[in-house]
Every structure is written in structure tokens, then in C-alpha cells.
Design a protein around this ligand. Structure first.
Ligand SMILES: Cc1ncc(COP(=O)(O)O)c(C=O)c1O
Length: 389
């Protein structure tokens, strides 16, 4: 079957954050939404069919995860992450942001240092601060158009911290961390008694020509100090099902973390979370292959457009997933000016760089490429037209 990712599906009025929360976040809703990280593609037919079939039963009581769900999860982990997981090393999690919040609650104390590499997905900054932990930021560098870790800085900051929250691959910008990089991070963390949350939500979207390495697989130490989160939500555009999984091979960490999840009963799934995830993991390979091919086309489209029409805008283009990081610094405009132009002249909603780590990123914005190519081109034309020549 050939999937059609060119189709423009109206989403306004479906209570989706990306289209229906524009007024709240931008003060106006006449914007082309290129912000929130879900895709404007139809969720796969085999997921929708499975959800429909479950609805046909017409009794929607409390749900339990069937063995067939866990079989689909463990097969996916084996095939895509090279992780051989025992069932008892896995736990359902109703969303990865919630999972990270649970780790902070269960495994840290107020005042503990939580290390992140900036710019980064905003909840990595908000969750530690909102739970009165001490946020410690190690800025990434941009080298040859991709993010790179400043290991000296990371090492220096690690000794003040208890946990590192790592986006692997990275959001924003989609940088794929290679095995050496992850091994060095693991080594620094191990030596400094820092545990690692490896958020691998974007891993399945690693693009052709790149390889995902799961953090826990790089060394015994990495395996011992980490809790890994995976999910079908970005992969198959089913984030609204709030379905993800945690892998924790270290027994001590696991007893404490899973003990918290079970003791407080915060990590139960709903019927659709199990049904949708199982269908996605069981039947998703071909859809994912075609979708990644399409995304690759969108990334090339952005690369060409920037080179030809916006040469002063520098970009970190994704090696995984559909989020690109645009840096407008060379235009010589202030943050507010760029923002106003994007919102009120281009009528495009991008994520503001400052929310990924503060003022250092005031001239940067994140664009979501997970949309039909015509939508992307429309957004790029609008952005080009609102900037000085
Ligand atoms: C790195 C990262 N982690 C987690 C999430 C959200 O995960 P969830 O919807 O499962 O809470 C996102 C969404 O953009 C993300 O980019």
C-alpha cells in the first residue's frame, strides 16, 4: 500500500493543541501551525482500525495490558533498539513527560541538581524547576550544522548533579548522538554518580543514512545508571493516546522507580493506549519506512529553500525526526522583531528559541517539518517574505 502524506487534513476544531491552542499561546489564531511536535499526517490505518474494532465491543471499562501488547513492545525494542528486555524490566508509562516527572519525584529530592544539555525540549527545563530541583544547563555547541556536546563543560557540571535528562536523539534539531558520544556521556555520569534518563521518543524516526544507538546499549555502566523511555507516539503520530514504555534494567533503580509507580498508581494505561501501541508496533514497519522517506524529502526541501532564498538563516537540520532549529542571528534583528514578523506578517507559528534554554537562543526558532510538503513550502514562502532581503 502507498500512503499519501501530501494530503492536507483539516485539524482545526478537533481540540488539537497544534491548531486549536494558537490563540492561547500566540494571541491570534490565523497562523500556519509549525510548532507543537506532532505531525499533520493521518495516523496509520492499522492503528485506527484496531481502535475502531475495540470500540465495536461497546464496553469501555478499566483496561489491562495483554501479553500480546508486551510481546509487541519487546519485539520492537529488540528490532529497533537492540535491547533484549525481560518483561519485569518494563513498565507502561502514560506519556514520557509524566515519566520524567515521576523519576524526579521518586528518585530525587528538592535541591538536587538535574543536568540537561541546552537548547532542549522545554519540559526538561520546567519539570526540575517546578519540582524545586536545581536545574543545571550544559550548553551544546553547533559544529558543522549539528549540535555537539561540550564534554569539559558537561564533566564540570556533572559533579553537582544527581540525574541527567538526555534527549536521544536530540530535540530540537534532531541530532543523532553516536555511540562514542553516548559512551563518553555514560562515562562522565558514572564517574560522577549521575543517573541518566534516556528519552528516546524520537529514536524510531532516525532518518535513512543515520543510526540510532540506545543509551543503555553503549556499556555496562550506561545500562546500570539509566532509565530509558520509548514510545510509539511520535513514530506513528498517535501522541494523543498517551502511551509509552519505560525500560529499567538496574534492579535497584527499578525497585525504587517501579515501586513508586505502582505504590502511587500513577502509571496505568487506558484501553486505547494499549490497543493503539500494539497495532502500531505490530504492523508499523512499512508505514514508518514510507513516512521517513517523505520526511527526508521535506528536510531536503528546507535545505534547498534556505540555501536559495534565506541564505542568512542558519539551521540545524534533523538526522532524526521532523524538528529543525533555525537561527536568525545573522539578520541583525532583535528577538521581539523576529517574533512579531513571524506571527503578524508571516502568520506562521514556530516555537520560540528562548523556551529551549533562555536568552542565548533568542534569535532561534524551531520549525516542525511533519506536514504535507505544500504546507511546508507555504510556511517557508511566508517566512522568507517577512524577513529583510
Ligand atoms: C524529547 C521529547 N520527550 C517527550 C516528548 C513528549 O512526550 P509525551 O507526549 O509522551 O509526554 C516530546 C514531545 O515533543 C519530546 O520531544
Amino acid at each position: 500500500m502507498n500512503y499519501n502524506f501530501d494530503e492536507i487534513i483539516p485539524r482545526k476544531g478537533t481540540n488539537c493543541v497544534k491548531h486549536d491552542a494558537l490563540l492561547h499561546f500566540f494571541g491570534t489564531d490565523d497562523l500556519l501551525p509549525m510548532w507543537v511536535a506532532d505531525m499533520d499526517f493521518r495516523s496509520p490505518d492499522f492503528v485506527i482500525d484496531a481502535l475502531r474494532k475495540r470500540c465495536d465491543h461497546e464496553v469501555l471499562g478499566y483496561a489491562t495490558a495483554p501479553d500480546s501488547y508486551w510481546e509487541a513492545v519487546t519485539n520492537w525494542l529488540q528490532n529497533h533498539f537492540h535491547i533484549t528486555a525481560d518483561r519485569h524490566e518494563l513498565h507502561f508509562i502514560p506519556g514520557i513527560v509524566a515519566g520524567i516527572a515521576f523519576v524526579l519525584q521518586a528518585m530525587t529530592h528538592p535541591g538536587d541538581g538535574i543536568l540537561v544539555t541546552t537548547p532542549v525540549y522545554p519540559p526538561f527545563l520546567d519539570l526540575p524547576q517546578n519540582s524545586h530541583r536545581q536545574l543545571v544547563c550544559s550548553p551544546l555547541k553547533v559544529v558543522d550544522g549539528r549540535f555537539s556536546i561540550d564534554f569539559d563543560d558537561l564533566e564540570w557540571r556533572a559533579h553537582q548533579c544527581r540525574w541527567l535528562i538526555l534527549s536521544n536523539p536530540h530535540n530540537p534539531g534532531g541530532t543523532v548522538w553516536d555511540r562514542d558520544t553516548l559512551a563518553r556521556i555514560a562515562d562522565i555520569c558514572y564517574r560522577n554518580n549521575v543517573n541518566v534518563i534516556a528519552d528516546e521518543i524520537h529514536a524510531d524516526l532516525t532518518l535513512p543514512g543515520h543510526n540510532h544507538t540506545s543509551f543503555s546499549t553503549v556499556s555496562d555502566n550506561a545500562r546500570d545508571i539509566s532509565i530509558t523511555f520509548i514510545a510509539p507516539s511520535k513514530t506513528f503520530n498517535i501522541a494523543g493516546l498517551s502511551s509509552s514504555v519505560c525500560y529499567c534494567p538496574n534492579e535497584q533503580l527499578r525497585q525504587r522507580f517501579f515501586g513508586y509507580l505502582d505504590g502511587y498508581e500513577v502509571a496505568n494505561g487506558n484501553i486505547f493506549a494499549y490497543v493503539g501501541a500494539e497495532a502500531a508496533y505490530r504492523h508499523g514497519e512499512e508505514w514508518l519506512r514510507q513516512m521517513l522517506e517523505y520526511l527526508q524529502g521535506n528536510i531536503e526541501c528546507l535545505r534547498t529553500f534556505l540555501a536559495e532564498r534565506m541564505p542568512k538563516v542558519k539551521a540545524v537540520l534533523p538526522e532524526a525526526s521532523y524538528l529543525a532549529w533555525l537561527d536568525f542571528s545573522d539578520l541583525g534583528l532583535e528577538h521581539d522583531d523576529i517574533r512579531q514578523r513571524l506571527i503578524h506578517r508571516a502568520h506562521v507559528a514556530l516555537n520560540d528559541g528562548t523556551t529551549f534554554g533562555g536568552n542565548d537562543y533568542r534569535c532561534c526558532f524551531r520549525i516542525n517539518l511533519g506536514c504535507p510538503r505544500a504546507t511546508l513550502l507555504d510556511a517557508l514562502e511566508r517566512i522568507a517574505a517577512c524577513l529583510p532581503k
